[in-house]
Design a protein around this ligand. Structure first.
Ligand SMILES: C[S@@+](CC[C@H](N)C(=O)[O-])C[C@H]1O[C@@H](n2cnc3c(N)ncnc32)[C@H](O)[C@@H]1O
Length: 230
């Protein structure tokens, strides 16, 4: 089916089948096969996450944008770098478990480096304390990147740098979201970072589950120095 003739129902079926992938390897294969049409399909879902996250980053980041090195974890096809480029960020390193998604990201020519990694199964393949900004958008959710990875995101950030994270607030992700919040609080207690702002985003993307209709909500929060969460 050509990308142009796809309907919301076609995309919905594809996303639901992705949720059914049982192993991480299966999920990555799914993303490999989705990569070519991912951006067009997500437009049909009104996926606002990269745009919202980049706007939040832009309103909080006061450093030198051209010099700032950004680590885009679970970068997918590179939507985050494209959105951040609009706000004058220039230097990106991407990490993802899907070669197919990274191949599309490579074609944007925005990434200085793209590194394969099965997050949660392999260590984040970067040096600690190197990045001014670490972003993870659309991937901290049930069945994708495990909560434990946020410690690695924190470690890879420069002291005084920031981490931007997003997580969904819809039914099937509530348990994951609670575990993520508990981990962030725990890390705050350990003095690793502090939460500055939490913002709810009402319309994150169109809901695809049978149990929901309309739009999925999500949360935006700003924590720092070292971390903010969306
Ligand atoms: C919904 S897409 C989001 C991509 C991009 N950040 C965006 O907002 O468009 C999720 C991405 O996370 C990657 N991903 C999910 N779980 C992963 C894991 N455990 N390890 C590595 N990559 C993972 C997928 O390959 C996919 O590219």
């Amino acid at each position: 089916m050509s990308a142009e003739s796809k309907t919301f129902e076609d995309i919905r079926a594809a996303v639901l089948s992705c949720h059914k992938s049982c192993t991480l390897q299966d999920k990555m294969k799914f993303y490999d096969s989705w990569a070519e049409n991912y951006d067009q399909d997500l437009a049909i879902l009104d996926y606002t996450a990269p745009c919202v996250a980049a706007n939040r980053i832009s309103s909080h980041f006061s450093g030198d944008r051209e010099a700032a090195v950004v680590l885009d974890v679970a970068c997918g096809t590179g939507m985050m770098a494209q959105q951040m480029k609009r706000h004058e960020f220039e230097r990106f390193v991407g990490v993802d478990g899907s070669e197919g998604m990274m191949e599309v990201a490579r074609q944007t020519k925005l990434y200085q480096d793209l590194k394969p990694c099965m997050l949660g199964e392999e260590p984040l393949p970067v040096l600690w304390g190197l990045f001014d900004l670490v972003v993870i958008v659309g991937a901290l959710s049930v069945g994708q990147v495990p909560v434990s990875v946020v410690r690695e995101l924190c470690k890879s950030t420069k002291p005084g740098g920031y981490v931007c994270m997003t997580t969904r607030g819809n039914q099937d992700n509530l348990e994951y979201k609670a575990a993520l919040e508990a981990e962030l609080k725990q890390m705050e207690g350990e003095g690793l970072w502090s939460c500055v702002e939490v913002t709810e985003v009402e319309k994150w993307e169109r809901a695809v589950s049978e149990k929901e209709e309309g739009y999925i909500p999500a949360e935006t929060s700003w924590t720092g120095p070292r971390c903010f969460q969306i």
